[in-house]
Design a protein around this ligand. Structure first.
Ligand code: PLP
Length: 419
C-alpha cells in the first residue's frame, strides 16, 4: 500500500479547510512582498472570520447603544444581544448557569480578578498557591503581586524534559497550607495538554480549588467545566477567532457569589449613598463600567462560528498538522523541538542550531510566513530548557498542509542564508 499523501491526510481529518479559509478575508491578501500569507501564530491571536467582523460592524450599524441602562429600543436590543453572548459562553464551556460567566477584557484580566477578589478575601500570609513551571506570565505575575502584598507562598511544580507536569511532584506538593492550584490547560510555549481532570481530582481530594487557564484550550478543543470540575476557568476571546478586548471568567456559582467586587463603578451596584454602597448580584457585580459591548456580541458570533463546525474534526485536523510538521521538522538535523509530550496541541516550539530565533522569524517573514519568536511570555520555560527564546509555529482551523510545506521551505532558506 502506498504511503498516504498530504491530500489523504487532509481528507482523513474530515475538515474542508478551503471552505474555512474562504471565511477569513485576511488570508486571501498577499503579504507586501507579494507572497501567500502563511499564518502560523494563532496561539498569540487568531485571525477573524467574516462572520465575526460583520457581527461587530452590524452592532454599530443596527443595534448599538449602552446596555442595562436605556428604556429605549436600541438599548434593550443591545442588552439582549449582550446577555445572549453570555449564554453562548455558558454553553461553550457547559457551565451550569449564565450567572457563572463574567465578561472581562481577556484571560489576563480574569486571573487578576480572581487573585484580587477571591485571593485577597481567602488567602493570608503563609498560604500556598500551586503553579506549574509552564505557566504563561499571566498566571504567574498576579500571584506574585499577591505574594508581595500579603505574603502568600508560590509552590512551583517542575516540568519534565518532554514538557509535561512532573506528576509525582504535583501529588506531593499539597500541604495543610495549600489554598489554590492555578494551572494552564494547554501550554502556549510547549503545546503540552495538561491532564487537567486529574489535576482537579487530586486538588479536590485535598479540599483545594483549581483555577484553569484555558486560553490555549478553548479555541482548539471542546471544554466542559463541569466534567473537568474546574472552580475557575478563564479564556480570551481573541484566541477563539473573536475580537480583542473581551474574554471570560467562569467561576463556580457557590464561589463567585461570595467574592467581593474587583472594580467599583457603574453597573455593579444595587444602591449607592455616600454612606454606603450595596452591590449587584453575580455576575454584574464584577462588570463595572461600560463593557466591550460590540466585541462581546461578536464573541458570541465567534462561538457560533466554531461550534457550527465539527469541533472534534477540527481538533483532529490541527493534530494532523502538528504530526506532519513534527515529522518534517525532525528530518532537519539542525532543528530541535521543545515540548514533546504525547498529549500535545498544535503548537511547535523549535530552535535552529546557530541561528537566533528572532532571525528565523525575520527571514520567514520575508517568505510570507508569520511565526512567533521570543519567550512567549513564559520565561521560566525558557530558563528550564536553558535557552533565551524559541521560534513557535502554531496552528488554527484555517491552516493546511501547504502551510507546513512552506514553513519547511522557509527553514531551508534560513539555513541557506546562515550556511
Ligand atoms: N495564558 C496562556 C496560556 C496564553 O497563551 C495567553 C496568551 O498568549 C494568556 C494566558 C494571556 O492571554 P491574553 O493576553 O489574551 O490575556
Amino acid at each position: 500500500m502506498n504511503a498516504p499523501t498530504r491530500t489523504d491526510l487532509a481528507r482523513g481529518t474530515g475538515v474542508d479547510v478551503d471552505r474555512i479559509r474562504a471565511d477569513f478575508p485576511i488570508l486571501a491578501r498577499p503579504t507586501s512582498a507579494g507572497k501567500r500569507l502563511v499564518f502560523l501564530d494563532t496561539a498569540a491571536s487568531a485571525q477573524k472570520p467574516r462572520q465575526v467582523i460583520e457581527a461587530e460592524a452590524r452592532v454599530y450599524e443596527t443595534e448599538y447603544a449602552n446596555i442595562h441602562r436605556g428604556v429605549y429600543e436600541l438599548s434593550q436590543k443591545a442588552t439582549a444581544a449582550y446577555d445572549k453572548a453570555r449564554s453562548k459562553v455558558r454553553a461553550l464551556l457547559n457551565a451550569a448557569s449564565d450567572r457563572e460567566i463574567v465578561f472581562v477584557r481577556n484571560g489576563t484580566e480574569a486571573i487578576n480578578l480572581v487573585a484580587a477578589s477571591w485571593g485577597r478575601k481567602n488567602l493570608k500570609e503563609g498560604d500556598q498557591v500551586i503553579l506549574s513551571e509552564m505557566e504563561h506570565h499571566a498566571n504567574i505575575v498576579p500571584w506574585q503581586m499577591l505574594r508581595d502584598a500579603i505574603g502568600i507562598e508560590l509552590v512551583v511544580i517542575p516540568i519534565t524534559d518532554t514538557g509535561e507536569l512532573a506528576w509525582e511532584a504535583y501529588e506531593q506538593a499539597f500541604t495543610a497550607r495549600t489554598r489554590l492550584v492555578a494551572m494552564t490547560h494547554v501550554s502556549n510555549a510547549l503545546g503540552t495538554i495538561v491532564p487537567i481532570r486529574e489535576v482537579t481530582r487530586v486538588a479536590h481530594e485535598h479540599g483545594v480549588p483549581v483555577l484553569v487557564d484555558g486560553c490555549q484550550a478553548v479555541p482548539h478543543m471542546p471544554v466542559d467545566v463541569q466534567e473537568i470540575d474546574a472552580d475557575f476557568y478563564v479564556f480570551s476571546g481573541h484566541k477563539i477567532y473573536g475580537p480583542t478586548g473581551v474574554g471570560a471568567l467562569y467561576a463556580r456559582e457557590s464561589i463567585l457569589k461570595d467574592m467581593p467586587p474587583y472594580q467599583g463603578g457603574g453597573d455593579m451596584i444595587a444602591s449607592v449613598t455616600f454612606a454606603r454602597t450595596t452591590y449587584a448580584d453575580i455576575p454584574q457585580r464584577f462588570e463595572a463600567g461600560t463593557p466591550n459591548i460590540a466585541g462581546t456580541i461578536a464573541l458570541g458570533a465567534a462561538i457560533d462560528y466554531v461550534t457550527g463546525l465539527d469541533r472534534q474534526a477540527l481538533l483532529r485536523h490541527e493534530l494532523a498538522l502538528r504530526d506532519y510538521a513534527t515529522e518534517r521538522l525532525s528530518e532537519i538535523n539542525a532543528v530541535r523541538i521543545y515540548g514533546t509530550a504525547p498529549e500535545k496541541a498544535g503548537v511547535i516550539s523549535f530552535t535552529i542550531e546557530g541561528v537566533h530565533p528572532h532571525d528565523v522569524g525575520t527571514i520567514l517573514d520575508f517568505e510570507g510566513i508569520a511565526v512567533r519568536a521570543g519567550h512567549h511570555c513564559t520565561q521560566p520555560v525558557m530558563d528550564r530548557f536553558g535557552i533565551p527564546a524559541t521560534t513557535r509555529a502554531s496552528f488554527g482551523i484555517y491552516n493546511d498542509f501547504d502551510d507546513v510545506d512552506d514553513l519547511i521551505r522557509g527553514i531551508a532558506r534560513v539555513q541557506e542564508i546562515f550556511a
